[in-house]
Each structure stands twice: as structure tokens, then as C-alpha cells.
Design a protein around this ligand. Structure first.
Ligand SMILES: *Cc1c(COP(=O)(O)O)cnc(C)c1O
Length: 404
């Protein structure tokens, strides 16, 4: 099994699974805050790190560890750190790798709260960030400073779906003594494995594709070596943003179908993207699987599939966007993404609202942009739903033209 390069599907089912008491085939949920020592000496040996075992759930818990091992294996990393949310994972990474006086280069198109974290909490701690379009390598090179410690990339970026070259950016980072971090939430390890391309740390919002069922908030950091693991684990212990055993169990269960789900997300999103691209009410569309996507070729090299996320701009801007979202029936009007159900939202007034208009426009997030997370329903049903909503938008515009 180890030699089979295509064993990802098998890993989804079996990674992180061990032998358990009573022959349980899935990891038991160790819903306990603390663990009994066999003796004073045993407790002392655990704290000294001389023996392996569990002490306290914030530090390590068997159910959480099973999930961490699973995702570390799927990403081809050394170890994972389960976090309470994707943002807890982002915070853990920056708190581990930066200190006052350091500099960060970050993708301009990035998860909204990540921008806010860098611009507020990290900034207040004396860490400066330069936001650039990381799909342009020259901009990345120009942004690096002698004190740059982290190049942080989201690819495809949220919500523009700009694709950045992970391997080339990792070379820029390493030449400057910095580490490269990739937020791999939009792709999942089923479609993209940044550590294999040269990046140092991968993180995820488990809330999205990895869990896949819209019923858990969680995050994970996967590192490529023990040294980085030690740094991050110490920070996570102190910050305390750990995932709990029950949520770990749910995410681990979700991962068993990750490979299947991602195939279906890609298949459906491709059909939906082709439909939207040919529709007269769509001004522009961004989907890495379309030949019209500016980094289509890079995408073919870098990821195994273009994923389930589509963004598009409607003719008619903001008003048209709101009408469309109020007209869909199957697609749910909600933020978040990566679940089995299709979700639709409006970044300018929702997920990227806190960025402010100027920064939003600079990052390519216009007022009429709509973000769609394509689920695993029947593709034709999703298309019919979108078509019905687009017809309403068209009616509105025709009426407006007649009135003017
Ligand atoms: C949702 C998301 C996050 C944050 O994750 P939470 O679990 O909501 O804290 C970070 N990055 C990306 C790309 C996301 O989509």
C-alpha cells in the first residue's frame, strides 16, 4: 500500500486509525478533560517527556490525535495540530512564527478574518504585513523584506480564486530565510498537497471540505518537521485554541468520504461554471477549471482538480446580486463553504465586509461579486436553480430598461 501513489482514497478511509479496545473499528471518543497517572513517577515521566502518554486534553487527547495523524498523513506532513477553528489555526501559526519587529507577506485575496487578524491583533503586537497579489511572482519578490518571516498564501484565494504558484513562492521564501504557509482550505489534500510542492506549513479550516457536512467548526495546522511542530505545539498549548474530542471524531468521520466528495464537487462545479460562463447575465466568472481563468495552466500543474468554489459577477451589480440570492431555492443563502449542500453568498456585504471597501476593491472583490460553493447534489438541479434565479435578474433589468 505504501508504494501505491494513487492510494489517497485508501488513506481517506484508514489514515489515523489504530487498534482500539474491544476491537472498535473507529477511534473511541475520549470525552475526558484529564488522564489518571499510574503513579507519581509515571506522572513525572509524562511531564518530563520521558514516556509517551496523555496528561490533559488541552495538551493532547487520543481522539484528537487520531484526527491529527490522519490529516498529517493525507497532507504528507510530519504532524498535525487540531485547533478549535480555522482562525485558531491561523492565529497559532502567526503566534508561533512571528514576534515584534517581524514582517509578513500575505495574499491580497485571503479569507476576510485572516486580513483582519493581521491588520489588528498582529499589528498591535508589532508585526507588519504587506498584502500583494501572490499570483504575480514579481509582486511577491518586491514585497519581501530582510525581516520577512512568513509568506502566507491562500490558493485558490478567497474569494477571487486567483491561483498562486506554491513551488515558486516557497523558493522565494526560503531564499530569504522565511517560511511559507499555505491555507489549503479551498482545495483539501485530495486536490492539492502544498508540502509536497515545497511549502513548510499547511493549515485548514476543518469546517469546510475536510469535515464536509456543515456541522463542525474546527481547524488544523500540518507541519513538515519536528522542530516546527514543537514551536507550534507549545504556542497552541498556551493560547489554548484546541479542538475537542467530539468534533475531532466528526471530522475524522467526514474525511472517510473526502476523496469521493471532492470528485463530485469538481464534477458539479465544472458543469455549473460552464453553464454560468455561457449565460448572458454573467459579466465575468472565475473558476480555475475554465480555460478563461488567468492561471488555468498553473492550476493543471499544481492541483488535481479545480475544486468546488466559483465566483462570478452579475450584470447589474449589487442589486442584481441581492435579487439572485433572494431567488435561489436549492442553493442556501449562507456563508461558509465546502459542505455537501450548495451555498451562495455575497462577499462585499458578508464575508469580506470587515476588510473595508478600498482594500476589498484592491483585492479584486467588487460589489457585484457572488461566491458559490457547489455541493454534491445533482448538477442539473443546481443549474436549474441558478437559471431560475438568473431569469428573475433578467426580468428586473428588462423592466428597468423599459421604464427608462
Ligand atoms: C473558513 C475559512 C477560514 C476560517 O475558518 P473557521 O473554521 O471559520 O475559523 C480560514 N481560511 C479559509 C480559506 C476559510 O474558508
Amino acid at each position: 500500500m505504501k508504494n501505491n501513489k494513487n492510494d489517497f482514497e485508501t488513506k481517506c478511509v484508514h489514515s489515523g486509525i489504530d487498534e482500539y479496545e474491544f476491537g472498535s473499528v473507529v477511534p473511541p471518543i475520549y470525552q475526558t478533560s484529564t488522564f489518571k497517572f499510574k503513579s507519581a513517577q509515571h506522572g513525572a515521566a509524562l511531564f518530563a517527556g520521558e514516556e509517551k502518554g496523555y496528561i490533559y486534553t488541552r495538551m493532547l487527547n487520543p481522539t484528537v490525535e487520531a484526527l491529527e495523524n490522519s490529516i498529517a498523513e493525507l497532507e504528507g506532513g510530519c504532524k498535525g495540530l487540531g485547533c478549535a477553528s480555522g482562525m485558531a489555526a491561523v492565529h497559532t501559526v502567526f503566534a508561533s512564527l512571528t514576534k515584534c519587529g517581524d514582517h509578513v507577506v500575505c495574499s491580497a485575496a485571503v479569507y476576510g478574518p485572516t486580513t483582519t487578524l493581521l491588520n489588528t491583533i498582529l499589528k498591535n503586537y508589532g508585526v507588519e504585513t504587506t498584502f500583494v497579489d501572490t499570483s504575480d511572482l514579481n509582486l511577491v519578490r518586491a514585497a519581501v523584506k530582510p525581516n520577512t518571516k512568513v509568506i502566507y498564501v491562500e490558493t485558490p484565494g478567497n474569494p477571487t480564486l486567483a491561483v498562486s504558484d506554491i513551488h515558486e513562492i516557497s523558493l522565494i521564501a526560503h531564499a530569504n530565510g522565511a517560511l511559507m504557509v499555505v491555507d489549503n482550505t479551498f482545495m483539501s489534500p485530495a486536490l492539492q498537497r502544498p508540502l509536497e510542492l515545497g511549502c513548510d506549513i499547511v493549515l485548514h479550516s476543518l469546517t469546510k471540505f475536510l469535515n464536509g457536512h456543515a456541522d463542525v467548526v474546527g481547524g488544523i495546522v500540518v507541519v513538515k518537521d519536528e522542530e516546527t511542530y514543537g514551536r507550534c505545539r507549545k504556542t497552541l498549548n498556551q493560547i489554548g485554541g484546541v479542538i475537542d474530542p467530539f468534533n475531532s471524531f466528526l471530522v475524522h468521520r467526514g474525511i472517510k468520504t473526502l476523496s469521493l466528495r471532492m470528485q463530485k464537487h469538481c464534477e458539479n462545479a465544472m458543469k455549473v461554471a460552464e453553464f454560468l460562463e455561457s449565460h448572458p447575465m454573467i459579466k465575468s466568472i472565475s473558476y480555475p477549471g475554465l480555460k478563461s481563468h488567468p492561471q488555468f495552466e498553473l492550476g493543471l500543474k499544481q492541483h488535481k482538480g479545480p475544486g468546488g468554489m466559483i465566483t462570478f459577477e452579475l450584470e447589474g451589480g449589487f442589486e442584481a446580486g441581492q435579487l439572485m440570492m433572494n431567488s435561489v431555492k436549492l442553493c442556501q443563502l449562507a456563508v461558509s463553504l465546502g459542505g455537501v449542500e450548495s451555498l451562495i453568498q455575497h462577499p462585499a456585504s458578508m464575508t469580506h465586509y470587515t476588510m473595508g471597501k478600498e482594500a476589498r476593491l484592491a483585492a479584486g472583490i467588487s460589489d457585484g461579486l457572488v461566491r458559490l460553493s457547489v455541493g454534491i447534489e445533482n448538477a442539473q438541479d443546481i443549474i436549474s436553480d441558478l437559471k431560475g434565479a438568473l431569469d428573475k435578474v433578467k426580468e428586473l433589468q428588462t423592466a428597468e430598461v423599459e421604464h427608462s
